[in-house]
Design a protein around this ligand. Structure first.
Ligand code: SF4
Length: 367
């Protein structure tokens, strides 16, 4: 079977194209005997899917499931507890992205701590935090640096620009490709293919994912974030399954190059080295995080302030985020979903951010 759609001239808002791709998906799924499960690992993909009711347009034997694509959801309570300990200090202004403020830790969320008088500021970029440090030389400004490969180059660049000595970071970045390896090894999940996150691939390219389709016979396609991006990526994966091939495809060629953004990668290489990292709800994943290179240790807040916390890495009692994050259950299967756990009163991290599967599915639960 051949693809007749020219991806390079894709109109992301073309409704007739959406209908055409959906028809193709239904047609090809009639020829595939077994049910198919495709996973994405991106909160923005889940947002597009849920908001536009994409699941309701797909054949019954095709499931698109949400994986660990929300950075604040996989940030371990230990890191949040470190941020809490630092924010309790009178000489520290803690800065972070807005999504992090309401994520439950072992004790307080950062928002609760701010309400108790701690100096915690929401920033839109690490540069804002550095400006805050320059404007407050009598304070220590700590940036709680969370995210995937998408946001890490921003801080990597800033660190190479010699920021002030009263600036430091809690380095909690996560790397996506090693997480795929873990997900593909979970036997009962039986994921047949992956939609790859376009923003992560804009930085690291498609190249780091090449080993997985070969090893696990699981096709992967880099996807953008519009409805037609998602539909085309789903179709490309099914087409590979039908043709019994498994490669890394790219339906987001208007942004993502195979090699990625080499300049951003060079800054990442300068500032960070790869290390094992703990993902909340999943556990320790080898080579799945960044730590600062020795040259930049003076900007490591944990070393600078000698912070120690003794946290329980488990999810809050009754919360099923661990199963939601690996796609074992959908958010509505958690007993607390929409009852005691809502966006106004989140119990687990997946109900906090617009990228969290529980919050997204709560927002669009009637679609
Ligand atoms: S609904 Fe709430 S408690 Fe349940 S899995 Fe989601 S975030 Fe956790």
């Amino acid at each position: 079977m051949r693809m007749e759609i020219n991806w390079d001239h894709l109109s992301v808002e073309d409704l007739s194209l959406s209908k055409e791709i959906i028809a193709k998906i239904h047609k090809i799924m009639l020829k595939i005997p077994n049910p198919i499960a495709i996973m994405h690992v991106c909160g923005t993909h889940e947002y597009t899917i849920a908001k536009n009711g994409i699941r309701s347009l797909l054949p019954k034997n095709l499931r698109v499931i949400s994986g660990p694509g929300c950075p604040v959801c996989v940030c371990p309570a230990t890191d949040i507890d470190i941020a809490v300990e630092l924010a309790k200090r009178e000489d520290v202004i803690l800065t972070t992205f807005g999504d992090m403020m309401r994520v439950p830790s072992t004790t307080y969320s950062l928002l609760e701590l701010k309400a108790r008088g701690a100096q915690i500021e929401v920033v839109y970029s690490p540069h804002d935090a550095i400006e805050l440090a320059k404007n407050n030389p009598d304070k220590e400004v700590v940036f709680f640096a969370i995210g995937f490969e998408t946001t890490a180059p921003l801080i990597a660049f800033e660190l190479t620009m010699n920021p002030p000595s009263n600036f430091s970071i809690i380095c909690a970045y996560k790397l996506v490709p090693p997480a795929m390896d873990v997900l593909l090894k979970i036997p009962h999940l039986e994921i047949n293919g992956f939609i790859l996150p376009g923003h992560v691939c804009a930085i690291i390219g498609a190249k780091p994912f090449e080993e997985y389709p070969k090893r696990y016979k699981s096709p992967m396609v880099v996807s953008g974030f519009e409805v037609n991006d998602m539909l085309i990526s789903i179709y490309q994966i099914i087409l590979q399954l039908y043709n019994k091939t498994a490669t890394v495809g790219n339906s987001y060629t208007r942004v993502v190059q195979y090699e990625g953004n080499l300049q951003a990668q060079s800054y990442l290489e300068k500032a960070f080295e790869v290390t094992d990292s703990f993902w909340r709800g999943i556990g320790e994943i080898p080579n799945s995080g960044y730590q600062l290179r020795e040259k930049y240790h003076k900007y490591d807040a944990v070393k600078k302030f000698d912070v120690h916390v003794d946290s329980d890495p488990k999810m809050p009692l009754g919360c099923s985020c661990s199963d939601v994050l690996i796609g074992k259950i959908t958010p509505d299967k958690c007993a607390l979903f929409g009852k005691t756990c809502t966006p106004q009163h989140p119990i687990g991290p997946c109900m906090v951010s617009h990228e969290g599967a529980c919050k997204v599915n709560y927002m669009f639960r009637d679609i």
